[in-house]
Design a protein around this ligand. Structure first.
Ligand SMILES: *Cc1c(COP(=O)(O)O)cnc(C)c1O
Length: 398
């Protein structure tokens, strides 16, 4: 084996001087991480061509960088999108969509079952900037239609809501948006693009918290926005100008994690379906929410959207409220209580003290979230080990 040619260096005049990266005819199998905050142009004309899009390349990492582009291309392909953009978190993705597509005075119709921070952004932060939001039950298309006003520019929904896993009719909502000259914005984090491609059903913009199932290992915080080139352009400008750019290392980790996305999604969904049935059969469990079960209120919509794979999230309500929840959590041997989802390992969460802690008990009750409600993000463990651990902890409740 002939070692690659590292360019000969004279004794440097200064050790600060950067030396060229070794050029080799055998490219690495794994994409390199490029943490460089800046890129070098030959001359002023070259830099100008890159800025004007006549030449391929990068200028300054806040404006775009190789690892982010690689990850964006992978997600765009899965979503069937013309273009995608990576942001520093799921929240910065939705913030960039709002800031890129709205102006003061515009109105949003949003689901009343959004991720907690998205809901806060829409109802508390946006009004300070002159946008207004009405929350509606987005599983009720007629209610969404009634909430539309001449100033409505966006309808914002999650395909599958947290934690009760309500499923919206994406195609019907897209028709409502288009009929009113508005855009349907879809958070596709829970289904992942393997289960659903909202753009193919008429949605205008799709976004993700890559932090969850796409990256899959709870070690990055990232977001993605997918749309037509025309709609991505103003959102990209916001990301660059407001500085919502993602780190190269996070993009690299997420792209690496996505190699196993299909395996993880398939395995976890199969286990989730079996766990939902096992939970429903246990006397300590009051109720189970899983869109794949015929007793779920949106089973029909979910079947139309997803076919036969209903995702890795299962929610259930224990008899006995908070006390039973605490005892159940302590009785679990390896499954942690940690407020995220989409990890390779199974994780449980308690919406009343995490995602929905900002609501009053009455408001939670109105949504159907009780002290006994537990959300499970099912991982890729062997199902028998998972089922045994749940059964033992439920049995311990007596
Ligand atoms: C986690 C999450 C977000 C926010 O994403 P971050 O990466 O935590 O900023 C938005 N929507 C849904 C459905 C989520 O689960």
């Amino acid at each position: 084996m002939i070692p690659i040619a590292v360019p000969h260096q004279d004794r440097p005049k200064s050790i600060v001087r950067r030396t060229p990266f070794p050029d080799s005819g055998t490219p690495p199998l794994v994409p390199p991480i490029v943490p460089s905050a800046v890129f070098i142009a030959r001359d002023a004309d070259h830099m100008n061509d890159v800025y004007e899009g006549r030449d391929r390349g990068f200028t300054y990492a806040r404006e775009g960088s190789p690892n982010a582009e690689l990850l964006a291309a992978k997600i765009a392909a899965l979503e069937g999108a013309d273009a995608a953009l990576i942001t520093s978190s799921g929240m910065s993705a939705i913030a960039a969509i709002f800031l890129g597509l709205l102006k003061a005075g515009d109105h949003i119709v949003a689901s009343d079952a959004l991720y907690g921070r998205t809901s806060r952004l829409a109802t508390q932060d946006l009004p300070r900037l002159g946008f207004s939001t009405d929350l509606v039950d987005a599983t009720n298309v007629a209610a969404v239609e009634r909430a539309m006003r001449p100033a409505t520019k966006l309808i914002l929904v999650e395909v599958v809501s947290n934690p009760l896993l309500r499923v919206v009719d994406v195609a019907a909502l897209a028709r409502v948006a288009s009929a009113h000259g508005a855009h349907l914005i879809v958070d596709n984090t829970f289904p992942t693009p393997l289960a659903l491609q909202p753009l193919t059903l008429g949605a205008h913009v799709v976004f993700h918290s890559i932090t969850k199932m796409l990256a899959g290992h709870s070690d990055v915080t990232l977001g993605a926005v997918c749309a037509s080139r025309e709609l991505i352009a103003p959102i990209r400008d916001v990301v660059v100008t407001w500085g919502l750019t993602a780190s190269a290392f996070d993009c690299w980790l997420a792209e690496r994690g996505m190699n196993t996305l299909e395996l993880r999604v398939t395995r976890a969904a199969a286990s989730a379906a079996a766990l939902a049935d096992a939970l429903a059969a246990h006397p300590a469990v009051h109720r189970v929410f899983y869109p794949g079960r015929t007793d779920h209120p949106d089973h029909e919509t979910a079947t139309r959207l997803f076919g036969r794979q209903f995702g890795n999230m299962v929610t259930f309500e224990l008899n006995g409220g908070r006390d039973a929840v605490n005892r159940f959590m302590r009785a679990l041997e390896t499954i942690p209580f940690a407020p995220t989802l989409g990890d390779v390992a199974t994780i449980i969460s308690h919406p009343a003290v995490t995602s929905h802690r900002g609501l009053t008990a009455e408001a939670r009750d109105a949504l159907g979230i009780r002290e006994g409600t537990i959300r499970v993000s099912v991982g890729v463990e062997e199902f028998s080990a998972l089922a045994d651990e749940f059964r033992a902890a439920l049995d311990a409740l007596g």
